[in-house]
Design a protein around this ligand. Sequence first.
Ligand SMILES: *[C@@H]1O[C@H](CO)[C@@H](O)[C@H](O)[C@H]1NC(C)=O
Length: 255
Amino acid sequence: MPVAKRPPAPWALALPAGRRARARLFLRLAAPLSFLLLVAAFLRTQPPAAPLDALPPSAGPGKVAFLFLARAGLPLDFLWDAFFRNGEEGRFSVYVHSAPGFVLDRTTTGSPYFYGRQLARAVKVAWGEPTMVQAEKMLFAAALEDPANQRFVLLSDSCVPLYNFSYTYTYLMGSPKSIVDSFTDKTEKRYNPNMSPVIRKDKWRKGSQWVMLIRKHAEVVVGDKHVFQVFRKHCKVVVVQVMWILELLPYFGPF
Ligand SMILES: *[C@@H]1O[C@H](CO)[C@@H](O)[C@H](O)[C@H]1NC(C)=O
């Protein structure tokens, strides 16, 4: 398939050629980390995947929803294209939130898997600000509209797949638990006691925003107003989205 030529990203234009090459190399090397965190780290900590037939029979094969929170385009679309081409029709769905006004089409992506997959509405996202949470919630909400979507993977525009489709699908569908990177950071000083009792100090966690949620937890995330409001009021803007989903964990109920 011919790969559409697209204009270089704005940040690439600002860099001299040598640095641009280094930046590209850095991106290549750094990008796997986010997905590595999401999937590979949990391969070690999760119990063996339950068989696929553990799903209710009415759910059909079930889909994994890939939710891309992108700045504008998807620079690594060619990797995802190969990944999805290896996938099975009807076992995945793709949703993209990118900057308002940006359109993923033949001129901006070489991968047809991204055509027409953008949300109808988009917000202007600023990193670490409430708009990012809003965009994430919009992605989960759009994917929840399809009852076949059973697993919801939130991805950045620099995430890459490290395993093939069938392996990833079987692994994610077989996990009855959401996959969330969450840890206690003893040096963390940003807890504000005014957030109690909605967010208790002993529940305060740090982690990555790139998560895989099961359907029940995606519904909790979309339905939340309470925790986010407290966050918005008492938390420094820069940490809002990093920790917001983590503070919802106690509301997920027993796993
Ligand atoms: C996918 O990857 C797994 C594990 O790496 C391998 O065993 C399997 O043969 C691969 N499947 C396809 C369709 O490439």
